[in-house]
Write a protein that binds this ligand. Sequence first.
Ligand code: FE2
Length: 334
Amino acid sequence: MNLTERLVRYDDLQPCLTAFIDTRSPGSDKKENFTIIGPGVAENPDQHVHIKLPHGFNIGGARQPPGCLNSQHSHLTNEVFVVHSGKWAFRSGVDASDSEVILTAGDVISLPTDVFRGFENVGDDAGYLFAVLGGDDPGRVLWAPQVFDLAKEFGLLLMEDGSLVDTLAGESAREGLLPMPRTSQEQVSEHRVLDSDALEGIVIRSSDFHWSGNTVLSGFDGVEEVSLLGPANDAEAISAGHLHWPHEFVLRALRFSPDAFVPVHHRNEEEVIFIHQGCCCITVDGESLDLLSGDTLTTPIGSGRAFANEGEEPCIAYVTRRGDQPGAPGFNEG
Ligand SMILES: [Fe+2]
């Protein structure tokens, strides 16, 4: 796999417009879903997966125009969103009425397994969310009961194997395959109610990031790092993230001033780098790529990588790595 096969440019993202059961429901019918790394949770086998390599987590994306909704659902693993652009309302509860929080560019939310969540673009422009789902196999989506009813009205049936049958296109279910049962009241009652304070408690505002110049990686001029998700890690000289409970992956952010440079270093796990702002020249084993805002790169295990901000504005990147205590970066001697 060469380096360009590990890069997904924002401009090259391939959406699936029919990935989920709510894809025809009014308000949800314009959403674009992306599976960037890993199998994801799409119900449509036509969903394009950009990078199939298992990472211990899945990377996805959602792009929605103003007023577009992602219906209430829950997952079997943690779901984390980084707001790349737009203004988003995240709502909790089976009918979206338990609580609401508004997020803007750079903010992060980590949703636990036992909470129904949905989100709407409440801004004036299209918005994009970068998403991390825990595990190589995040399992299927559990939709709120009313999502099944609405989908049926618009010709979509969710089957027990997770596939969708489009009755408007004349499709019928494979023989012996039964529809997925509508989510029961018992399943709903296994979910928690989050009030407004509890919902705010799983959010990190970008204005509250505690940037540090003293981590192992940020000991270079113009480089700062902040831990967002995951416990403290002495090996990296990094304190606990604002959301510090174990996710089985960590999320950090890096900020590079113009001309900032991090020399060649190695890591023992893939490093998924998402450029939120500005641009960054990343050199991996001698091969250089200019990453632009919205681009995602995953570096090979053990490869040597260097970062340089050759642009005129600060660059902010979000970095996801597997495990709760990933190792320190290894810098070359001398
Ligand atoms: Fe989700």
